[in-house]
Design a protein around this ligand. Sequence first.
Ligand code: ACM
Ligand code: ZN
Length: 533
Amino acid sequence: MAQGNRADYRVVPLPDRIDGIKDGDFKLTSDCVIDYPLGNRDMERNAAMLSDYIEELTDIHLSTRPVNSANNNKGCITLSLDSRVKSDEGYRITVTSRAVEIAGKTPAGVFYGIQTLRKSIPVGKTDQVLLPAAQVASTPRFGYRGMHLDCVRHFFGVETVKRYLDIMTLHGMNRLHWHLTDDQGWRIEIKKYPRLAEVGGWRNGTTLGHNSPVNDGIRYGGYYTQEEIKEIVRYAADRYITIIPEIDMPGHMVAALTAYPELGCTGGPYEVWSLWGVTDDILCAGNDQTLQFVNDVLDEVMQLFPGTYIHIGGDESPRVRWQECPRCQQRIMDLGLKTSGQQSAEALLQGWFTTQVQQYLNTHGRRVIGWDELLGCDVDATATIMSWRGSEPGAQGAMQGHDVIMTPVDPLYFDYYQTSKTWNEPTAFGGCNTLKKVYDFDPVAPDLPADKRHHILGAQANVWTEYITCEPQIQYQILPRMAALAEVQWLEPVDKNYQDFKARLPRLVEIYKHYGWTYRAKSLIQDDEDKTD
Ligand code: ACM
Ligand code: ZN
């Protein structure tokens, strides 16, 4: 048997433990059957997916079979639930010459074991793969292992979003932060406000390059129907990925204002934006109708997205319109908000607005995530903070008792360049986040006190799409940096080793190639300097 047909459990992310067992290899052939517990729909789907993965990679077809209890069928792969596995998403794979067992405390844990087995198998048509006898076990370091995708600045259809979820699945990730609304487009159908998608979903052209004076003049847009959103949410859930929708407010709202100008301070008219950046036009916080609108939109959002968290943005919200707006100023008076120290009355008004929305979501059993700007406006500690302007705001948030997700621009903005030598790279936002910088990132600052560390829920890379116009370009920006992020999310810092990771990466890339995903090949060949100009 050629060496090429032996599985290697040293995949990405690297399992915590790989302990050899003194036994012969298990022969994976089409005679093997995948057993799963009878009557468990999640485990049935897990089994079907494992069968599909093996067939996609090797052409070996395995059938699946429900079983009543653990029976010792010779030559079988058994998926099982085992309460002795410590964490909910942890797994244990046991391979002997006669059997393979993938066990988890939950079906999600079993699924991560399936991903590891899948990645350990060499890509290529064959009729037999040898699995060395071993026990393999792992537990993710963080419960929140995210990727973000901006589907506003450029719009990507259902199939592209599903493939993005497929890529996340291969990397053991479990949260998609889906950016659905912004100045340049409104991408989610809201039945009560049909103009949001019909009018707000389209812009009259797009600036060329980095906000040049030249506009391409091409009408651009699109949106997801509620049926499409349900389909994507279901597709994600089948892969144990929760989608967190972002409805960004009170800033980044020009698409909505174009559709409903009465929600802005000046009353408009507004035009869905064709530039990038931050605009002064935001929702009017002095108008009761605005809060009604937000609650109505969130009602439909909550129906579509069953996860606990809703992201309500809060970033880059200039307050110049509020300073001039009689209704906003009246609200400030009525609430008795007063400028104190660094905090303007308008910042406190954003805090009040956010708190209204937060309370509305809380009464529906949901929790809020917002960008780190919320720390400056007196929002209470039940809001989870997404730290993007570096890791320091997140550390401060954790000190104040907020849960925190780390997505610092440096190094987790994957719309940034991956090298300082940018001349042959597709246009990107700027910056330089190399593969190594991503790998070396630790979401938990070394000086964060022990009793605050639990507030750091995890890490996520953000993919803003001002300069990303098509799916291969998305993939180029995220691969292979997602592989480095996966080890940040799964491994304890002491278990990370960049050179070792680089040695394991080519086998993961074989899988990227197999699925036809675009990736930055140069990142495999040599390390990029991480200096920024
Ligand atoms: C952000 O990048 N404006 C959160
Ligand atoms: Zn106003």
